[in-house]
Design a protein around this ligand. Structure first.
Ligand code: MG
Length: 395
């Protein structure tokens, strides 16, 4: 029996995970759930899966507590509650799927001896970097990637030593704005940027997919997850999202992992510790597919992958600052305060400002990130207040 706790249970990854659990009740027991503000959904999940505890956003805490009273479920709130969910002593698998940097603290607390950390929250590694890897090693936990690209690489690498690898190729869907020109993206609306061709995901990651920052964050994630030289990581646009990533070995042989774009595949592989469960994921009909296509990412229109590589090269707090810039800018874009190209502008400015002393502890990481966030907000305010705002200068 796999005992599982889920951080971010009401998001798309959390719901897909509970769908797997629902279909395999003999394999899993849900111990603890943490969620944000979706009151009806978290109450429904708690009633269905009967965890020992749930943690919710402070503003819905009184209502959720009332609705779950007398059901033997402890209700907690805020980051403290999420940390308690993460640290549930009987948990063998912690699925970390909170969106953004908010996932770092609870995931950190959940890195405990002998357990599997199924990591869907890429910011944990983007921001935490070496400090997270050190903690995983120290505690004797095991990281399993949930991101489809990293899961693909993990699967391709089974039985192969890393010194036999020539390069790793991360595939990118290209996002909703693939093929657009520089002029064209300056006019992009929130609705257009949220319209992803293949993956159904939350708004933050969908915008990251439109800017290609999602792939940039994945490059950084891969660097830490696999302890690989960033120069060996390449990105190729593959519109169909059938090949989830590939590894090229020194003998010129490639191993690619394929499947329909459905996150339940990589999730179940991660939470079972590399087992394969029967899932009703659609199969691939190759004669219908007919062809798979590959393109170079357009780094001029979508510079974020380049910024991620630069962050790795610069080191220090660069990735923390780049990530904070991105989180603040994506939020401002979703609120229609800045234009689409402004997101990349904010990323670049913060990357230039990032301090180069490496952070060593969780609290140093968080201090750095708070400072970066504040700097990003100031920059955004300046852009948002400028009347010629938002893309009109075209630089
Ligand atoms: Mg991915």
């Amino acid at each position: 029996m796999i005992t599982i706790s889920i951080l971010g249970s009401t998001g798309s990854i959390g719901c897909a995970t509970l769908d797997i659990v629902r279909r395999h009740p003999d394999r899993f027991r849900v111990l603890a759930l943490s969620s944000g503000r979706n009151e009806d959904l978290i109450v429904g999940q708690a009633e269905e899966f009967r965890p020992d505890m749930v943690s919710v956003a402070p503003d819905i805490y009184p209502a959720v507590r009332k609705r779950l009273s007398g059901k033997g479920i402890r209700v907690l709130s805020g980051e403290e509650g999420a940390c308690e969910v993460a640290a549930h002593p009987d948990c063998s698998v912690l699925l970390s799927a909170i969106v953004g940097e908010a996932g770092l603290g609870p995931t950190w607390e959940g890195i405990l001896p002998g357990r599997v950390i199924a990591l869907a929250n890429k910011e944990t590694l983007v921001v935490g970097g070496q400090a997270v890897i050190d903690r995983v090693r120290e505690k004797g936990a095991r990281l399993m990637p949930v991101d489809s690209e990293h899961s693909a690489i993990h699967q391709a690498m089974r039985g192969h030593p890393w010194e036999k690898v020539r390069r790793v190729i991360l595939t990118a869907s290209g996002g909703p704005l693939f093929g657009r020109s520089k002029d064209d993206v300056s006019m992009v609306t929130v609705t257009e940027a949220l319209n992803h061709p293949t993956w159904k995901m939350g708004p933050k990651i969908t915008i990251d997919s439109a800017t290609l920052m999602n792939k940039g964050l994945e490059v950084i994630e891969a660097r830490w997850l696999f302890d690989i030289d960033p120069e060996k990581i390449e990105v190729v646009v593959h519109r169909q999202s059938i090949i989830h990533s590939m590894v090229e070995f020194i003998d010129g042989s490639f191993l690619a992992q394929m499947g329909a774009p459905d996150m339940r595949g990589p999730i179940s592989y991660a939470i079972t510790g590399e087992d394969r469960l029967p899932l009703d994921v659609p199969t691939l009909n190759f004669p219908v597919l007919r062809q798979l296509t590959f393109d170079e990412p357009d780094h001029e229109v979508f510079p974020s992958i380049g910024y991620a590589l630069r962050a790795l090269k610069q080191g220090g707090q660069s990735a923390i600052w780049l990530n904070a810039a991105n989180e603040a800018a994506v939020q401002a874009f979703l609120e229609e305060r800045i234009s689409f190209p402004d997101i990349a502008r904010i990323q670049e400015v913060l990357l230039t400002d990032a301090p180069l002393e490496p952070p060593r502890t969780l609290s140093e990481i968080r201090d750095s990130s708070r400072k970066a966030r504040k700097t990003a907000e100031e920059r955004i305010d300046r852009i948002a207040r400028t009347p010629v705002a938002a893309g009109a200068t075209g630089s």
